[in-house]
Ligand binder design. Structure first.
Ligand code: GLP
Length: 232
């Protein structure tokens, strides 16, 4: 596992965007796993900026999002589909047919779509304050596949700030930890002091299903990009 500590969020964002661009240049038909949340917003911003400036081509890219809330209409402002359009897809030439976002209707079909795309080459993932990855909450099996899950009370509580007066969904569909671990390369992003405890437990603690992100210690090709504040 390689750990890169960047001085600040801006550099974390640029470093992760650079890594994605390098991977796309090396393999234009890359299959990429994509996260949502506050952490990757800067990475998407940088990708869009560089896409415009450097005339990058994402038309062969296949994208698979890690997770999505259950129960929100697709165009709901807080759905991850809307997030992805707002921060990335509306600004670049990823083809709509190559965009995959799970919707809970057929989780096994999502797994098959990943397989038909040749598996995930590069998967970017954030981490929750309780060390969840995607929406794999503590207790998730390391063999888990794409499925519908109940969100942990802490996750619902943390998401409430984004939902204002509206209730936060209590269920989501998520790639499993087993699905995530099959990606050929994984990049974990963590920013801010509120993540340092989760990062510490994930990377230095025992590998345990009570700490979902600790599963990543088992991956042979893993890069962690932190900013100073999230540092162990
Ligand atoms: C949500 C997402 C995760 C994400 C996490 C952290 O729970 N399902 O995929 O990693 O939030 O989000 P943030 O980057 O906003 O801290």
């Amino acid at each position: 596992m390689r750990v890169l500590v960047t001085p600040d969020y801006r550099t974390l964002s640029q470093t992760s965007a650079e890594l994605v661009i390098k991977a796309v240049r090396a393999k234009p038909d890359l299959t990429i796993g994509l996260p949502t949340g506050r952490t990757p917003i800067g990475m998407y911003e940088d990708l869009v900026k560089r896409y415009r400036k450097e005339h990058l081509d994402f038309s062969l890219l296949q994208t698979f999002n890690l997770d999505e809330y259950i129960g929100l209409p697709q165009h709901h402002p807080k759905s991850y589909r809307t997030y992805m359009r707002r921060h990335f897809f509306d600004h670049v030439n990823v083809l709509p047919a190559n965009i995959h976002i799970p919707d809970g209707s057929d989780p096994q079909q999502y797994e098959r779509a990943i397989q038909s795309a040749g598996g995930i080459d590069l998967l970017i993932v954030g981490i929750g304050a309780n060390a969840h990855i995607a929406f794999n909450e503590p207790g998730s099996s390391f063999d888990s596949r794409t499925r519908i899950v109940a969100l942990a009370p802490e996750t619902i509580h943390n998401a409430q700030q984004h939902f204002g007066n509206e209730p936060v969904p209590i269920k989501a569909v998520t790639m499993g930890i087993g699905t995530i671990l099959e990606a050929r390369r994984i990049v974990l992003l963590a920013s801010g002091a509120e993540k340092s405890d989760a990062v510490e437990r994930a990377l230095r603690g025992p590998v345990s299903e009570s700490i979902p992100a600790s599963a990543l210690q088992r991956h042979a090709n893993m890069i962690v990009i932190l900013d100073e504040a999230a540092k162990l």
